[in-house]
Design a protein around this ligand. Structure first.
Ligand SMILES: Nc1ncnc2c1ncn2[C@@H]1O[C@H](COP(=O)(O)OP(=O)(O)O)[C@@H](O)[C@H]1O
Ligand SMILES: [Mg+2]
Length: 391
């Protein structure tokens, strides 16, 4: 086993442990919430009987209100523990996301710019509209909280295939066609130890009264109930991307649009891969090699530039992370463009895509893929870039 294999293996084990922990916490929370829901229903019912029998009474009103608050809390916990009953209907995810964002527009702080992009072909999922709205609102509110000083919220809806190859990054993915919605913010980001706990109910880093710690727990449970997946990518001080994958609606899953898509596109070109995160690097390298590419790796921008100089004759493409120690992806881009106009470059980043055009201008030999990427997305983007002729 190489070091990269071991890194992938460790990441997979970590992910599986995390999934098992969420299962246990979910079962426990669900059982407790169910019991309390019944108790609260009994209290509410008795209070309703009493208030019909008695003259208006403030204490009784307070009993009813408190029981109502308790019921809302148990509903959230049931959402997390997957005991909520979903009402599934075909839903066009891009239309729905646009609608929810429009509805929220007035509530966005003025210093937050909201961007929305969607595939033209759209994608229909089987979903409970109320639950999907809840998922979106939870993610939007976290993004806004993380951008207290303002920033950009970039929302993207795309059709995407997940493959067995995606399991190196996302251990328990089911291969198939999905529609994803990604929300990227330019906020505070999360440290590894926060990321490891975000889905736990009542985990919050916010002051009491602001945070309840239930948003992500609920989101996780609701996504799972749709047989979907939720992936987070975050860098401290840079921002966070939360990406939700919903399986394409059953009736539509076999549409001609998806036929012939189940082969991951590969090639035999040579690619320089510059990425500081060992898990991401191992996953990308493993995938690229599997589909035929020759891969040279570098762990930061400085090493990337050296590798570029050493190999530039045979090099077809540079894939680079954006945020890296020493020399960033954009600095690397500028250094490389100073020496070569035609090598193609693909940026991988978890942060709002349109901002990269500020740095690269109209350079046609450049493309962008959002982290966390799916194998099919990364590989299709690479083919498009390598086959483009405009340079
Ligand atoms: N987009 C984000 N950027 C930074 N931190 C986040 C983001 N989303 C979630 N978090 C972290 O995860 C924690 C849990 O989120 P959540 O379950 O929604 O609870 P709450 O928002 O009430 O704190 C937050 O307190 C925060 O530390
Ligand atoms: Mg929240």
């Amino acid at each position: 086993m190489t070091g990269e294999d071991i890194a992938t293996q460790l990441a997979r084990e970590r992910a599986l442990r995390q999934a098992e922990k969420m299962e246990t916490v979910g079962r426990l929370t669900g059982a407790i919430a169910q019991q309390f829901a019944e108790i609260l229903t009994a209290i509410s019912a008795s209070a309703a009987v009493l208030s019909r029998a008695l003259p208006p009474n403030r204490d009784l009103d307070s009993v009813k209100e408190t029981a109502q608050r308790g019921t809302e809390l148990t509903q959230k916990l049931l959402g997390f523990s997957r005991h909520r009953t979903l009402d599934l209907h075909p839903l066009s995810l891009s239309d729905f996301v646009r609608e929810v964002l429009d509805g929220e527009r007035r509530r966005f702080p003025a210093n937050i710019e909201v961007q929305f992009v969607a595939d033209e072909e759209g994608g229909v999922i089987d979903a409970d509209a109320g639950a999907v709205r809840q998922i979106l609102l939870n993610l939007v509110s976290n993004a806004c909280d993380a951008m207290a000083k303002g920033g950009t919220l970039h929302v993207e809806v795309r059709r995407v295939r997940l493959d067995a190859a995606d399991r190196s990054l996302h251990a328990w993915v089911e291969p198939g066609p999905y529609v994803s919605v990604a929300l990227s913010d330019t906020g505070s980001g999360m440290e590894a130890k926060t990321l490891a706990r975000v889905f736990e109910p009542f985990f919050t880093t916010k002051t009491a009264g602001v945070g309840t710690g239930l948003g992500m727990a609920m989101t996780y449970g609701l996504v799972k109930q749709h047989r979907g997946f939720l992936h987070l990518y975050s860098e401290v001080g840079q921002g966070t991307t939360a990406k939700v994958y919903f399986p394409v609606g059953r009736e539509l899953a076999l549409s001609p649009l998806d036929a012939g898509r189940d082969i991951l596109p590969g090639g035999i070109e040579t690619i320089l891969l510059v990425e500081d995160d060992p898990t991401m690097r191992a996953a990308a390298q493993g995938l690229l090699e599997k589909v035929g590419y020759r891969v040279i790796t570098a762990v930061d921008g400085a090493q990337g530039l050296e590798a570029f100089r050493a190999h530039r004759r045979g090099l077809h493409l540079v894939i680079t992370d954006v945020v890296m120690p020493k020399v960033s992806g954009f600095e690397l881009y500028e250094a490389i463009r100073g020496e070569s106009r035609d090598v193609r470059m693909l940026f991988m980043s978890g942060f709002p895509a349109p901002n990269f055009r500020k740095t690269v201008g109209r350079d046609p030999a450049v493309a962008f893929v959002t982290k966390p990427w799916a194998a099919s997305e990364l590989l299709e983007r690479i083919r498009l870039l390598l086959e483009s002729t405009q340079t």
